[in-house]
Ligand binder design. Structure first.
Ligand code: CP
Length: 315
């Protein structure tokens, strides 16, 4: 596999392989010196056209722990501000000699475009509303860590599904690994069509919470909303927030997840985010090991993980 653009590129076997390799890098992260020479001599660049804390920093940490050289690109201090196009920017960076380009962009499909312009490996770090495959990998890894397997689990994804690339990648990954997914949202925060999505839909969080093994909350993505989709955040929280009283209805073994950044008091109560059953910090921690596995499998191992139905659309 040369690029990681979509969860579909991996398929169930590829996901399994990547999670297995992640185990090794979790072990590396626990060492006194959490560093291995696997990618010595390789150069990895982060090309983020959208803000990020977790994804950008964990990819940078992952690359450094693999002994790769890293380059960081910040739109606000680059020649993009002088009108340089995406293609010219990408080709300029590639001319400096890079082995992997990690791309985040507000437009869906940009990582596929970038992959068609360069010889380097391309990793999708989030494209518009479309996909965020490494988030899905770290979410699967975290669920496996907490529950042993995804097979047969009932996972509720709650909130702004319409604008969420995390929801799209998670639905693909969770169902490939044998979980069933229920989307819980007001009709205005669901995609106009769910044709082809292997999910159930509910508008009643109180009914879903006691039966769920995992409750996965999503933030209201106001930066992607072009119209008012809710009467008020207060009303949203009352109907769709994981409040303290709703969390009290969870099964003993159920876990609470969130990709971050959280809006405490809106989609999740501050107290619920800090419960022992909330694995949000573990998600972030696992993000480093998962991204080490992705970089290693693309740049260092020579193992082909392409088991998925997704095609290399850049080829
Ligand atoms: N979950 C996630 O993608 O977070 P960042 O936007 O901070 O990278």
């Amino acid at each position: 596999m040369k690029h990681l653009l979509s969860v579909e590129d991996l398929g169930a076997d590829g996901l399994d392989d990547m999670l297995r390799v992640t185990d090794s890098f979790v072990e590396v992260g626990e060492r006194a010196i959490p560093k291995v020479p696997a990618l010595r001599g390789k150069t990895v660049v982060s090309l983020f056209y959208e803000d990020s804390t977790r994804t950008r920093l964990s990819f940078e940490t992952a690359a450094k722990r693999l002994s790769a050289d890293t380059m960081n690109f910040s739109v606000s201090t680059s020649s993009v501000k002088k009108g340089e196009s995406l293609r010219d920017t990408v080709e300029t960076i590639e001319a400096m000699g890079v082995d992997a380009i990690i791309v985040r962009h507000s437009s869906s499909g940009v990582p596929w475009q970038v992959a068609s312009w360069v010889d380097a490996s391309v990793i999708n770090a989030g494209d518009g509303w479309h996909e965020h495959p490494t988030q899905a990998l770290l979410d699967c890894y975290t669920i496996r860590q907490a529950r042993g397997s995804l097979e047969g689990l009932r996972i509720a994804i709650v909130g702004d599904i319409k604008h969420s690339r995390v929801a799209r990648s998670d639905v693909l990954a969770f169902t490939l690994l044998g979980a069933s997914v229920v989307l819980v949202a007001p009709p205005t925060l669901l995609p106009p069509s769910l044709e082809g999505w292997p999910v159930e839909v509910s508008h009643d969080l109180d009914e879903v919470v006691p039966k769920a093994d995992v409750v996965y909350l999503l933030r209201m993505q106001k930066e992607r909303m072009t119209e008012a989709l809710l009467p008020s955040l207060r009303e949203y929280t009352a109907r769709y927030g994981l409040t303290v009283s709703r969390a009290a209805q969870l099964q003993e073994s159920a876990i609470v997840m969130h990709p971050g950044p959280m809006n405490r008091g809106v989609e999740i109560a501050a107290e619920v985010a800090d419960l022992p059953r909330s694995v949000i910090t573990q998600q972030v921690r696992n993000g480093v090991a998962v991204r080490m596995a992705v970089l290693y499998m693309l740049l260092g191992s020579g193992v082909d993980l392409t088991h998925g139905s997704g095609t290399d659309r850049a080829a």
